[in-house]
Write a protein that binds this ligand. Structure first.
Ligand SMILES: NC(=O)c1ccc[n+]([C@@H]2O[C@H](COP(=O)([O-])OP(=O)(O)OC[C@H]3O[C@@H](n4cnc5c(N)ncnc54)[C@H](OP(=O)(O)O)[C@@H]3O)[C@@H](O)[C@H]2O)c1
Length: 352
């Protein structure tokens, strides 16, 4: 697909998710990494000096010498990817959208707003239509589009094939979430080495709300939340990257094991049909081995852009149960926002 190149900025470029943005945008076929911004602690330094780089690849050359700027409109770019701390993201993202930028946000602040799309492009690409509603209602030249919280991103990719074929009645999920999901430097080592922390503030509510919006139905100017019940328990475990989730589902229609496996295996959506650059060939990868998926072995399958489903089996309590794994800073954050931008570009919304 031939599209005009766009200049991209990253807000919160020094954080755990910001670093992923910098890595994934360097060399992107449609977007040029043009501006980096963070807090006043970092502003004024060059990126290599400001960042505590924690990825296992070198800092991209395109970013090393870029100046880190304050996170305020005036950045020389067309679109901004936001990896800002949620404590500050709300008004900063609004200021950028008002000033005419397309804002692709990871932060929780605007996800549930009625006129803001919460996108997983394989699942609800049609929700992008809310952008026109938002621009009109708020009188903005730009807009905000969001991707879900990391656990929700992994979960909804695995639920969508079941919703499409059989309908979902209820979902219970327990997460085992990686340390990189808590940002950098994150949790003190003495609190997590050899331990499990059975609480992540605000996370269960996010999964319960966001899942119903993503799988909800758009009609006209609004999205009606999916009526299913979602019940979540979230825990932090000593894993570096990759959230594992134990999922129980009740379906509306009767299904057998082979039909369920087939639904996972054959699932795809607009990113695959449009050939978007960051789209995984298989958004859901079904593993047959009894002891997979595992974060250390499987988190980078499909460049971290897929949900890996395994251990699909009947459940006497709810009907079916399975394990799903996803890369929290790629498909759960930076990669998700970049795929959203690619979708909006393909739909003609980004360079509108
Ligand atoms: N980690 C994940 O897996 C994940 C997944 C999905 C969504 N998210 C969401 O993505 C966002 C970033 O998460 P993270 O894990 O990358 O956090 P992080 O490592 O703590 O990074 C936060 C970033 O925000 C910047 N920042 C903080 N205060 C600021 C201010 N007043 N003005 C401008 N910039 C400011 C920081 O800049 P300095 O370095 O200059 O302080 C840093 O670049 C959060 O909203 C989080 O909830 C994270």
């Amino acid at each position: 697909m031939k599209t005009p190149r766009l200049k991209a900025g990253v807000l919160g470029a020094t954080g755990a998710v910001g670093q992923r943005f910098v890595q994934l945008l360097a060399g992107h076929p449609w977007f040029d990494l043009a501006a980096l911004a963070a807090s006043e602690r970092s502003a004024g330094k060059c990126y290599a000096e400001a960042v505590s780089w924690r990825l296992d690849v070198p800092i991209p050359e395109a970013a090393r010498e870029l100046a880190v700027l304050p996170a305020e409109p005036g950045l020389e770019c067309d679109i901004v990817f936001s990896a800002l701390d949620a404590a500050v993201a709300g008004p900063i993202e609004e200021a950028f959208a008002k000033a005419g930028y397309a804002v692709l946000s990871n932060a929780r602040n605007h996800r549930m707003a009625e006129d803001v799309p919460l996108l997983v492009p394989e699942v609800n690409a049609d929700h992008a239509a809310l952008i026109q509603v938002q621009k009109k209602r708020r009188g903005w030249k730009g807009f905000i589009a969001t991707n879900p919280n990391c656990s929700t991103a992994t979960l909804t990719l695995a639920l969508a094939p079941l919703e499409r074929r059989f309908g979902l009645k209820s979902v219970a999920v327990t997460t085992l979430q990686a340390l990189s999901g808590a940002g950098y430097p994150g949790i003190p080592s003495l609190d997590i080495v050899g331990n499990v922390v059975p609480f992540i503030a605000g996370e269960e509510e996010k999964i319960e709300r966001e899942t119903r919006k993503i799988l909800g139905t758009r009609s006209g100017d609004a999205v009606t939340l999916h009526p299913m019940i979602v019940s979540a328990t979230t825990t932090r475990v000593p894993v570096v990257d990759g959230h594992t989730e134990s999922v129980f589902v009740s379906l509306r229609k009767k299904a057998d094991l082979e039909e369920l496996r087939e639904a996972f295996r054959t699932f795809s959506g607009p990113p695959q049909q449009l050939g978007l650059p960051s789209a995984p060939a298989h958004p859901v990868v079904l593993r047959d081995e009894p002891d997979r998926p595992q974060p250390r072995l499987d988190v980078n399958v499909e460049r971290g852009m897929a949900s890996l489903v395994g251990r699909v089996r009947p459940c006497e309590l709810m009907g079916w149960k399975f394990i799903v794994l996803g890369h929290n800073t790629i498909r759960g954050a930076a990669g998700a926002a970049i795929l959203n931008a690619e979708l909006l570009q393909a739909q003609g919304i980004l360079s509108d």
